[in-house]
Design a protein around this ligand. Sequence first.
Ligand SMILES: C[S@@+](CC[C@H](N)C(=O)[O-])C[C@H]1O[C@@H](n2cnc3c(N)ncnc32)[C@H](O)[C@@H]1O
Length: 351
Amino acid sequence: MHSRSTFGEVDGDNSIVAIWGNLRPRKTTAKAPARRACSRAVFIASHMTDTAKTRIRLPDRDTGYLDALELRVPINRITLSEISAHFASLRPENRLHGLNYERCAELPFVIDRLRPLFGERLTYLDIGSGGESPLPTYLLRATQWEIHCIDKFDWVRSQETYAARVMGRSASDRFSVQVDDLLTADLPESTFDVITNISVIEHFPGSTDSEAMVRSARLLKPGGTYVLTTLMNDGFFKEHFVQHGVYGEEYRAAPVFYQRHYDVAALEQRLLAPSGLREVERVYFGDYGFQFFERVLQRRLPGPLKALRALYKWATPHFARRFLTYSDRPISRADMSTNTAAGVIVMLTKP
Ligand SMILES: C[S@@+](CC[C@H](N)C(=O)[O-])C[C@H]1O[C@@H](n2cnc3c(N)ncnc32)[C@H](O)[C@@H]1O
């Protein structure tokens, strides 16, 4: 029997024979024997390159099935450094608060997957860019793509300021911003070669997440690339409401919808199936060991101590490199906080 996943390959005698993709283990730790009791091996490969495919054998031949393995793959530190540096260059305050923790997993993965397309002349749409995402202007600088950002709120106008900062006047002819609701926006169908939807879909209330997938998938050209990322807590699908205004929705008496944690079934039923797109690759990410994001970065500090955050917030990418990893298994935790770093990245294409 020979089985494969995003990360690896197992051969007939039950041992891992290959780790796929853009990683090259320089130092590896195979803890299979220690974990035999729970029939799960944790395999940590450190250091990644764009090219290598490496053969590795676990010392314990009994626990080599990918089914029984949890592969934890680290963030590509080179790409993370690039996108962090770009983020820091966009405005002075970014140096103080560091790139958002879960973006430290999402953006390097997405950039590495899109990199083979950098040399082509493509049209690109970023859905829900917000006022902070460094991705549109990173791609503006790294490619010759025509870049279009859409967001419901006018904080997305900051992206124009970043584009001017990055490229000067030359940015304007291939960078545009639209303040509009994706659900009603007049955008031409089958127009974009690449679409990114990064941590946005979980904020669409009711069943509008499915509607958004239908609408946005129509915008993609056949053969195009659609990148979807969202929050994931397998087995614990949940909609979270808050008692304050959020994303333009005012709080009056009723709680306001904030965001949703998907599980694998909901991801497939609510997002992937309605899109009509074909899945090419899926990877999960999060704090698989110590809950750094929830226990440290999201920890409620008493008033006077809040200022202490300034001492470590700038270092978010360094913490992400230490605690945040990818896996072929979703995180599943009954006690997950509303604000979490557990998610999924799905690469899709239009047949
Ligand atoms: C969590 S932020 C993600 C921002 C960005 N993609 C990033 O990577 O940092 C979600 C964004 O989605 C936008 N959004 C929510 N609903 C939307 C809709 N119906 N149409 C367009 N944008 C929407 C919000 O305004 C917000 O800027």
